[in-house]
Design a protein around this ligand. Structure first.
Ligand SMILES: N[C@@H](CCC(=O)N[C@@H](CS)C(=O)NCC(=O)O)C(=O)O
Length: 203
């Protein structure tokens, strides 16, 4: 298996952590889709990472799809439950975490534009999504160890990465102040070897 990824992409990190938790071997191809010489658009018409190429040469992109493909390989531990409704609930947690990243990235890219062309209203709107997603995650987790079920699952990995992304790109954001369950969760999940081994390089 080959995985095209940038080292700072939270979506690619989700897949790298999944593969690490399952101890599945793969070749990591570090490639930034922002570079003109990137090989990513040739494999994913949308020009985004992660892109996974299976051992039979089949190409998968969009991290939830890549994650679904990895689950079909049957490697332990299962990170999505067999039961269809339980699986949808894990996917919902993943979707909320991925959406948090989508909004955080959109706001970051907008804030990097020249001040005179920045859409500050949209930055605020995107950061509102981030805050609401954090509040929802805090409520969903309260009183539990994991978001869904009794063991680590894909939703937990996705949330762990989303929180790490905020610490990476929004280090001044005091998201922990009002969210004790997420604070404790982040401390626990960020201590896993799979998270430590995929910490992005300094920006
Ligand atoms: N929904 C996609 C999002 C992937 C994504 O936006 N990746 C970013 C890196 S964090 C990217 O490749 N951006 C390049 C671009 O938008 O041109 C997924 O989950 O894989």
């Amino acid at each position: 298996m080959k995985l095209y990824a940038s080292l700072t992409s939270p979506y690619a990190r989700k897949i790298r952590i999944m593969l690490a938790e399952k101890a599945l071997p793969f070749e990591l191809i570090v490639d930034s889709p922002w570079d003109a010489s990137s090989a990513v658009p040739a494999n994913n018409p949308l020009g985004k990472v992660p892109v996974l190429i299976s051992d039979t040469g089949e190409v998968f992109f969009d991290s939830p799809v890549v994650a679904a493909f990895i689950e079909t390989l049957g490697a332990s531990p299962a990170l999505v439950p067999q039961h269809p409704l339980a699986a949808v609930r894990v996917r919902l947690t993943e979707s909320l975490a991925d959406g948090l990243c989508d909004a955080a990235i959109t706001a970051l890219l907008e804030s990097r534009r020249a001040p005179e062309v920045q859409n500050t209203a949209d930055i605020e709107r995107q950061l509102g999504k981030v805050a609401r997603a954090l509040d929802s995650l805090e409520t969903r987790l309260r009183g539990k160890t994991w978001f869904n079920g009794d063991t680590l699952q894909l939703g937990d990995i996705a949330v762990g990465i989303a929180l790490a992304y905020l610490d990476f790109r929004y280090s001044q954001m005091p998201w922990r102040d009002t969210r004790p369950a997420l604070t404790d969760f982040a401390a626990r999940i960020h201590a896993r070897q799979s998270f430590i081994d995929t910490i992005p390089p300094a920006a």
